[in-house]
Write a protein that binds this ligand. Structure first.
Ligand code: HEC
Length: 144
């Protein structure tokens, strides 16, 4: 009788282990919706390159951009008041100005020194600009 119970116990344990092992395998077989592995990752690499390659490409693009290109990207924040082409609206027309004029005006606003009756509108804008930003914006405005 004892031997029979032992055999039954061993059989039950074996079945439990088999079921657990099977379910673990099934989990690994499921499509992994949140993970891009295997073919998905190969396709991603072919399309985008590795993360390091992406970072290097972004750096190269940034260092290859001319000051005017960089200024153009910044000018998006100016366009609301000065017009997309610098033709002027709330703020004065800029597209006839050269780089020296723009650099001087922005530096003056950055020091919170008034140049005209509405300079307060430019104080906050200029405060956020670095010297490099000002040089890039000046190059872009001159190109307009
Ligand atoms: C909220 C509206 C506004 C935004 C945004 C703005 N400006 Fe101005 N800007 C003005 C106004 C108004 C003046 C005239 C200020 C004065 O009376 O001194 C001005 C003046 C200037 C001047 C001097 C023009 C002149 O003829 O004396 C320059 C240069 C200039 N802005 C560049 C920029 C650049 C570059 C940006 C974006 C980084 C920018 N502005 C964003 C409203 C704006």
């Amino acid at each position: 009788m004892k031997a029979l119970i032992n055999i039954a116990l061993v059989a039950i344990v074996a079945v439990v282990i088999f079921v657990i092992a099977r379910s673990t395998l099934e989990i690994q077989d499921r499509p992994q919706v949140n993970n891009c592995v295997g073919e998905c990752y190969t396709a991603y690499l072919a399309e985008n390159g590795t993360i390091v390659e992406q970072a290097r490409a972004a750096l190269e693009a940034a260092s290859a951009a001319s000051p005017a290109d960089l200024g153009k990207a910044l000018f998006v924040t100016c366009a609301a008041c000065h017009g997309a082409g610098g033709e002027g609206s709330i703020g004065p027309q800029l597209n006839a100005r050269d780089a020296a004029f723009v650099t001087d005006a922005l530096s003056t606003y950055k020091s919170n020194v008034a140049r005209g009756p509405q300079s307060a509108m430019m104080f906050a804008v200029a405060a956020a600009l670095s010297d490099a930003d000002i040089a890039n914006l000046a190059a872009f405005v001159e190109s307009l």
